[in-house]
Ligand binder design. Structure first.
Ligand SMILES: NC(=O)c1ccc[n+]([C@@H]2O[C@H](COP(=O)([O-])OP(=O)(O)OC[C@H]3O[C@@H](n4cnc5c(N)ncnc54)[C@H](OP(=O)(O)O)[C@@H]3O)[C@@H](O)[C@H]2O)c1
Length: 430
């Protein structure tokens, strides 16, 4: 029998305790698959007295996460503390520098420092694996890094945040408003007490930055990743979108066209009938387009103890087997700064919702401004009537240059009869 593969785990919260459970419950299966036992040698968390619901009696407790990196004979460290800076970063750097491989679920750390950490891994001769950092229940990192390695990737996009998808699906199914559904999601434990990171798009952006890097061999770059969340969406938007034949989804999208890359996170109208439109509740979905495979899509749970811990354990089994590939699929010396596409030059159909004063001539004013900015309207909907009061006017445009629709909306926002900031969403037919 081969020598045991010795690991330490930093962080024993949702993910860390979940990893210990899988390692203990499936010990025999994992040994067969890895060809050797995976032995949990040491752990670290803030509170050594807390009951984690798992047996840690055979493990050494260390005082600080970086102490794990100092243990002699350790093959890998699992970092599931979280945070882009501080204890998590210190541990990952220390382990990699010492030649100890790292498995992490920490998308914030990797999106901010992934390129530097890839350098640490290469210099230390260690591996840095992170399947759990993006859509844990879908092996998308492995797909991009290995399974589709024979393709020129042209696009990768998807629903990468389960909290947002749960909120949008529930709004659509029940007709309830955003704030009401968010509160329910918090009560059910789907959304954090401070939900900003999820609902404003940051979490999706961190994941997308990693997918862009893997897909196109460029450095992860949050500075060139425009981001919009879902907190401004109303039940009306969901209903109008449905009436027009679409569902609203928060998408992370990265595409390469003529050597330039566009990556962005924003809620989009997805054509009803596209498999992405039917992905409901807290599920994630990732679609990859390549010149040999055409298009492949996978759906699964992106967060929670089971799916995330499952991805961590899969990485550990790979490492125990001796599997070792560069963090982004290519050596970091070959990764370049991307040439970014200007999102304003993109042509798409757009959905616009205006709240206007219900008075004669408003539609004529809107039409004139749209015409002056080269925006051609395909559908205009006005429901309800409230003389002098606010009513919604919803517009679906033909394919339009983004810069033009944005200029038209800026103009519209300034006229007296438009009483609220316009909502504008792009349409994705894929
Ligand atoms: N939860 C998910 O569904 C999910 C999904 C995908 C990715 N992730 C990522 O996985 C990572 C962990 O998430 P989680 O949900 O498991 O977090 P969590 O439940 O809050 O657990 C964090 C753990 O880290 C420990 N910790 C925090 N600061 C520490 C420090 N300075 N020194 C030692 N231990 C420290 C905590 O110790 P105490 O328990 O003693 O307080 C706790 O055990 C994050 O990067 C997150 O983004 C999570």
């Amino acid at each position: 029998m081969n020598e045991p593969f010795k690991i330490g785990i930093a962080g024993l919260g949702t993910v860390g305790a979940g990893v210990v459970k899988i390692l203990q419950n499936h010990a025999d299966l994992i040994t067969k698959r890895a060809g050797r036992t995976i032995e949990l040698v040491a752990v670290c968390a803030r509170d050594q007295k807390k009951d984690r619901g798992v047996d840690l009696s055979q493990c050494e407790w260390v005082d600080t996460p970086t102490d794990l990196a100092a243990i002699d004979g350790l093959d890998a460290v699992v970092e599931v503390i979280g945070g882009a800076e501080g204890a998590a970063k210190d541990l990952v750097e220390a382990a990699l520098d010492k030649g100890v491989s790292v498995v992490t679920a920490n998308k914030a750390l990797l999106a901010c420092h992934g390129f530097d950490l890839a350098g640490h891994a290469e210099q230390g001769g260690a591996a840095l694996y992170y399947e759990a950092a993006v859509a844990g229940g879908i092996p998308v990192i492995k797909d991009l890094r290995e399974g589709f390695a024979g393709n020129g990737i042209t696009g990768v996009y998807g629903i990468l945040n389960g909290t947002c998808n749960y909120i949008l699906t529930t709004m659509q199914e029940t007709g309830r408003d955003f704030a009401d559904v968010l509160k329910e999601a918090q009560d059910l434990g789907y959304a954090e007490a401070d939900p900003a990171f999820d609902i404003e798009g940051n979490d999706t952006a961190h994941k997308l930055a990693l997918l862009t890097a893997l897909a196109f061999g460029v450095k992860p770059d949050l500075d060139h990743l425009p981001m919009k969340g879902i907190s401004h969406l109303t039940a009306e938007d969901i209903a109008y979108a449905e009436e027009l034949g679409y569902r609203i989804k928060l998408l992370g999208i990265a595409r390469q066209v003529d050597g330039k890359i566009l990556q962005m996170v924003e809620p989009c109208l997805v054509t009803a009938g596209h498999p992405m439109a039917d992905v409901s509740d807290a599920f994630n979905a990732v679609c990859i387009e390549g010149d040999a495979i055409d298009r492949g899509m996978a759906v699964g749970r992106g967060a929670g103890e089971g799916p995330t811990a499952s991805a961590v354990v899969a990485d550990l089994i790979d490492l125990a087997r001796g599997h070792h590939v560069p963090m982004f699929g290519i050596h970091s010396a070959q990764m370049k700064d991307a040439q970014w596409m200007d999102a304003d030059e993109m042509y798409r159909g757009f959905y616009v919702r205006l709240t206007v004063r219900d008075q004669p001539g408003v539609l004529a004013d809107i039409s004139a401004i749209m015409r002056d900015h080269n925006v051609s309207m395909e559908v205009v909907l006005q429901r309800g009537h409230d003389t002098g009061g606010p009513v919604a006017v919803t517009i679906k445009t033909h394919k339009t240059r983004r810069a033009d629709i944005m200029a038209a909306l800026e103009k519209l926002a300034g006229i007296d009869s438009v009483v609220e900031a316009p909502t504008c969403l792009r349409m994705e037919g894929f």
